[in-house]
Design a protein around this ligand. Sequence first.
Ligand code: PMP
Ligand code: GLN
Length: 382
Amino acid sequence: MNHLFADLPTTIFDVMSGLARELNAVNLGQGFPDDPGPEDVRRKAAEEVLNGYNQYPPMMGLPVLREAIASHYARHQNLQIDAMTETMVTSGATEALADSLLAVIEPGDEVVLFQPMYDAYLPLVLRAGGVPKFVNLRPPHWQFSREDLQKVFSDKTRAVVFNNPHNPCGIIYPREQLELLAEFCVRHDVIAICDEVWEHLVFDGKKHIPLISMPGMRERTIKIGSAGKIFSLTGWKVGLVVAAPAIMRVLAKAHQFTTFTTAPNLQSGVAHGLGKDESYFSSMRQDFQRSRDRFCERMSAMGFSVMPSQGTYFVTIDIAPLGENDDAAFCQRLVREHGVAAIPVSAFYAQDAVKTVVRFCFAKKDATIDAALERLKHIAPA
Ligand code: PMP
Ligand code: GLN
């Protein structure tokens, strides 16, 4: 068997959700909301199953969804995208990441990754034959410097995988950081695989800036979104991919033998959803922001060291002040002895892990948050 996958542990998200089910713990680990998602979007998908066309949809996605992706990003991110040559629908952002890495990398090419990184990136890079070069981000700001990029970018660099807004750190990279990264991508002729699944989950009035809009990036960025995150329907796994035609032609070849297509009823539901009024997106953000504030304010009041969360479903806490220096062991005790599942941030590192930061998902109804807080009281600083 292939040694890379044979030796790989089960993803921390499935491990923690499994423990939460088994131990009847409050699950603030894996990122999924309590909210069932907009009823009209779900109704549209249900109607399509009953009355629509349930055979293979076109490989690149339903035209109605590809048009909706182009007009959605024009409206929300001021991007001019040609639906028929520059968009593709995949089975989740995960498939889009796999397609991108398979399509871009030749064995031996170097790929820049920022740690902590979403856990799918590294195995996919390695399986595609890429050689990872890590930039280590540090709490609480998790920013990178020109020197950091100088150390890892070279003429061997073929791609960079960049996640913004950032899971697990909950930060949104400011324009200056995007400009700095773009400068290096252009100078070294690098393709940016930009994981923007959290693009709509930005709080406090912040605006998401897509990397593809930075100078020189239009022809060298693969922009990846996820309808699961936009509509609180994480199980749907509908990925939204945008790239210039020369890149998209090759991406399509990777996609055609990875999944080929995605369930047509879900595509119709997402196409309907992407056209929803601004009020849906702003009230969705407000609701999550309110949950963030409820969780964070109460955690701070109990004495926990809560780091800022500007976006995503997540907030991190620093466990060093609790006298802890092993986040994985801490999370095991938390779920087994106190009945709350969380995610150790060290799971997002391949080396030199930060082991004193733990991620909580706040995208929950008040009763879930309150039940977790009640249990977290037992380990709160006095
Ligand atoms: N990238 C990041 C940063 C994520 O947080 C997630 C899942 N939450 C994904 C990719 C995967 O998205 P999907 O479920 O659409 O495959
Ligand atoms: N992205 C989700 C998270 O960060 C989990 C996705 C998954 O379980 N594959 O929690």
